[in-house]
Ligand binder design. Sequence first.
Ligand code: SF4
Length: 276
Amino acid sequence: MKLNEVTAKQVLVKSNLPASDYVANPYVGCTHNCRYCYASFMKRFTGHTEEWGTFLDVKSYERTTLPRHLNGKTILLSSVTDPYNPYERTYHKSRELLETLSRTDANVEILSKSDLMLHDLDLLRKIPRLTVGISLCTLDDEFRRLMEPGAPSVARRLHGLSELHKAGIATYLFISPIFPRITDISAICEAVRGSVDKICFENLNLRGSAKQEVLALIDRYYPQYREDYTAIYRNGDIGYWKEVEKEIEKLSEAYNIPFVNFFYHDKIKKGGHSND
Ligand code: SF4
């Protein structure tokens, strides 16, 4: 991993995501190296020519002051990196930021694929309006290794959610991205029953080079689904997603917690969020 220390202008950036007013990204790049990554466009903005997943910029800031009126505003940590990548253990950039945010009236939301935030439980307990989400697309570690090679195991993520919940922190599972025919929504919901206060869902969106890469992996390792993926990602067929939406609706009847569906981005309403 190529590590760089960089200076960014400010800590919080105004967000155009549907459910957050500000985002904070203490790092540029991401060690999880998800094949479908929605954030790899950051390479263009930051002048990186290396492969996504091979570099990590650790940020310091020119100005550490926060916007004045954070009362009731929602701050998402993070939108284009994982705030609890393994280097957080060395640099504590997310922890520093959370310490500052714990003294504000903001709603703070952490979204990660890691259980590393358990090291910060002491601090998390002190943040008054905190929600912590962990995202997961499978219970199968072989598939996880294929699509999210640098990310923590399924077991670690489930353990993380369970421990956070036991600690009295509001938690949610983000089933994202849903891979057609592969992500077993029902089994994943069952695995977190009792450990989360909400479950959110997002379908797999493929763009740019990630589209070619993911489709090639499916072609190679899951040829039985080739036709489905072609229909969805090459021919724009949304029939499969309508079926999944119905499955989610049905499933929600068996759970006593909110189920929030983030399918079809053009219809996303304020009240939810997008993937990291
Ligand atoms: S965790 Fe998020 S930012 Fe990191 S590689 Fe995966 S999709 Fe990209």
